[in-house]
Design a protein around this ligand. Structure first.
Ligand code: TXA
Ligand code: MG
Length: 330
């Protein structure tokens, strides 16, 4: 079983030497826990896919300690640079062209000539700076399961597959990073996440383009079925059926809520940031191994609501479809 260490100075040093030695370490970031490996070490990166059981064509986010490190590996255009200046460290990943012979292992970007870069807040940044290598880190969960937002969740999922988990308490944001890509003068939203697209628009004074669903599926990693609780999700419910669990939002209750087998409210106050932070944990708590149904109340689409609805739609999608199969049901 993995060693779970409270993230004090000694534990950080242990993590740094494990990472430098090509081992995997689950590390806390402000979005979700990451399953980290030295991004320049192909063997270490391969261990990530092994541990997660993740399809290889899904490229990984590369975590850097600062913009200087980002510039060592990638070509940063002025608009991407502006976004880094405004939002780093924080829950924003930018897809940018890799420098030729950058040293980042091709497995990280699944053979693409671009890389998703992110500078996380908190101790993750200190770990990266100490290793002095970018760290490839997908969310620390088995592929297709809910992203780990606490050391306990990571241990439940990956405890028998990795040696070390650093514990820094529950993730502050609770949703993966927002991913954008600058194309010419346009900013494209590849994945809604912990930074609201509106916040980016406010800072840049320009529109962030949402991809339509078809384009989104063609973009790597935008497969529908990413989050898959065992239970079936019934979205935007107006009432609760006998035996269903209820994932509620806000002060108003749907009708027949008293029929719910269990009920958790993402945010009594209707606060979307609070809802985001609770989302994965509550889906997991309402999930039942044998199936069952989780009824989900409507959640507004503004701000972080876009990402929450995106995650819920993925959790509700048919399981295990390949990109080709997704194409066919379009
Ligand atoms: O908050 C987060 O982003 C977390 C924490 C650990 O940092 N990481 C995370 O990584 O969610 P992961 O590997 O689970 O998600 C990576 C996403 C995938 O959807 C992938 O396809 C996309 O990033 N991605 C990575 N590189 C890309 C690229 N070059 N072009 C387009 N999308 C890319
Ligand atoms: Mg993930």
């Amino acid at each position: 079983m993995a060693l779970v260490l409270a993230a004090d100075e000694e534990a950080i040093l242990t993590a740094v030497s494990a990472l430098a030695g090509g081992e995997l370490v689950a590390i806390p970031t402000e979005t979700v826990y990451g399953l980290a490996a030295d991004a320049t070490n192909g063997d270490a990166v391969a261990k990530i896919f092994e541990a997660k059981g993740r399809p290889h064509f899904n490229p990984l986010i590369c975590h850097v300690s600062d913009i200087v490190m980002a510039e060592r590996y990638a070509v940063i255009d002025p608009l991407s640079r502006e976004l880094m200046d405004m939002f780093w460290p924080g829950p924003l990943s930018l897809v940018v062209p890799l420098k030729p012979d950058s040293g980042i292992h091709p497995l990280v970007a699944a053979g693409l000539d671009t890389i998703a870069l992110r500078m996380p807040r908190g101790i993750a940044g200190r770990i990266i700076a100490a290793v002095d290598k970018p760290l490839a880190a997908p969310s620390a969960n088995i592929s297709g399961k809910i992203s780990g937002t606490s050391a306990e969740a990571v241990a439940d999922d990956l405890g028998d597959r990795i040696a070390l988990i650093l514990d820094a308490g529950p993730s502050e944001v609770g949703l993966e990073s927002t991913i954008v890509k600058v194309q010419g003068d346009d900013v494209l939203l590849l994945r809604p996440g912990g930074l609201a697209a509106e916040d980016i628009e406010a800072v840049l004074g320009r529109k962030v383009h949402r991809l339509d669903q078809r384009a989104a599926i063609l973009a790597p990693g935008m497969m529908a079925s990413h989050y898959a609780p065992s239970a079936h999700l019934r979205l935007n419910v107006q009432d609760v059926r006998q035996g269903e669990a209820l994932l509620a939002f806000g002060p108003r209750r749907v009708s027949r809520a008293e029929h719910a087998a269990a009920c958790l409210n993402l945010s009594e106050a209707g606060n979307l940031r609070e809802a985001a932070a609770n989302l994965f944990d509550f889906m997991k708590r309402l999930d039942s191994p044998g199936g069952g149904v989780i009824a989900v109340e409507p959640i507004p689409f503004d701000g972080l609501g876009e990402a929450i609805n995106d995650r819920l739609a993925r959790a509700a999608a048919p399981r295990g479809l390949s990109i080709n199969e997704m194409e066919q049901i379009k």
